[in-house]
Write a new protein. Structure first.
Ligand code: HEC
Length: 185
């Protein structure tokens, strides 16, 4: 092979590798619907801001839940400050366990707590299609949970996908992504 051809081939390969690297990077850094660094940071700050939420006065009793949330649930509401800005926060404790009963969970909720799912209403424009909710699923110890693909469950979770908080909650009545107010008591 002529030297010029070798150089041209090498240059082409280098160029292709370069373009691939750049595009992979931009996919990684591009705006993801959820699970990005900022989403996780906001989720961690929210967890700190809601410390002691189990003693908030606005909370429900423990009640039997529906799929996909726990066997038993409890709701909490408050306004919390994150970075000195106030946000409406709705928390749902999800309880489970082989021997979980309404009585046992009500008596020792910490023992049966399986996950904490939270909706935080963000600034107008955060996600106008879905009432600007930020979604997060924490494990019982407050770390942000991940889906089977390893994506952190914080942000517009599931937006544009078949499954996740957003596609399911967007089926709630009146476009508020909120189920509890659909129940006619
Ligand atoms: C397959 C559907 C579905 C998915 C997925 C889902 N939810 Fe829910 N969620 C519900 C239903 C139904 C309720 C009402 C359950 C009840 O209170 O009995 C609910 C209730 C809630 C509530 C209480 C407020 C309300 O809307 O009534 C919060 C908070 C919540 N979910 C957070 C989340 C978060 C965060 C995620 C994702 C990590 C998530 N949910 C995923 C169906 C879903």
């Amino acid at each position: 092979m002529k030297r010029a051809v070798v150089y041209a081939t090498l240059a082409t390969i280098t160029f292709i590798v370069f373009v691939l690297t750049i595009s992979l990077q931009s996919i990684g850094e591009g705006e993801m619907a959820f699970g990005g660094k900022e989403d996780i940071a906001f989720a961690n700050k929210t967890w700190q801001a809601m410390a002691g939420y189990d003693k908030w006065p606005m909370k429900s009793a423990v009640y039997p839940g529906e799929s996909p949330h726990g066997k038993f649930l409890r709701l909490y509401y408050n306004i919390v400050n994150v970075d000195k800005k106030p946000y409406h926060v709705i928390i749902k404790d999800n309880f489970g366990g082989e021997d979980a009963t309404l009585e046992k969970v009500s008596e020792s909720p910490k023992k049966y707590l399986a996950a904490v799912t939270v909706m935080v209403q963000r600034e107008a424009g955060y996600d106008p299609d879905n009432n600007d909710w930020f979604w997060v699923k924490y494990k019982a110890d407050g770390t942000v949970d991940k889906n089977p693909m390893g994506m952190a469950l914080a942000g517009r979770v599931g937006k544009g996908m078949d499954a996740g908080c957003v596609p399911c909650h967007s089926k709630a009545q009146d476009n508020d992504c909120f189920f509890t107010n659909d129940k006619k008591m």
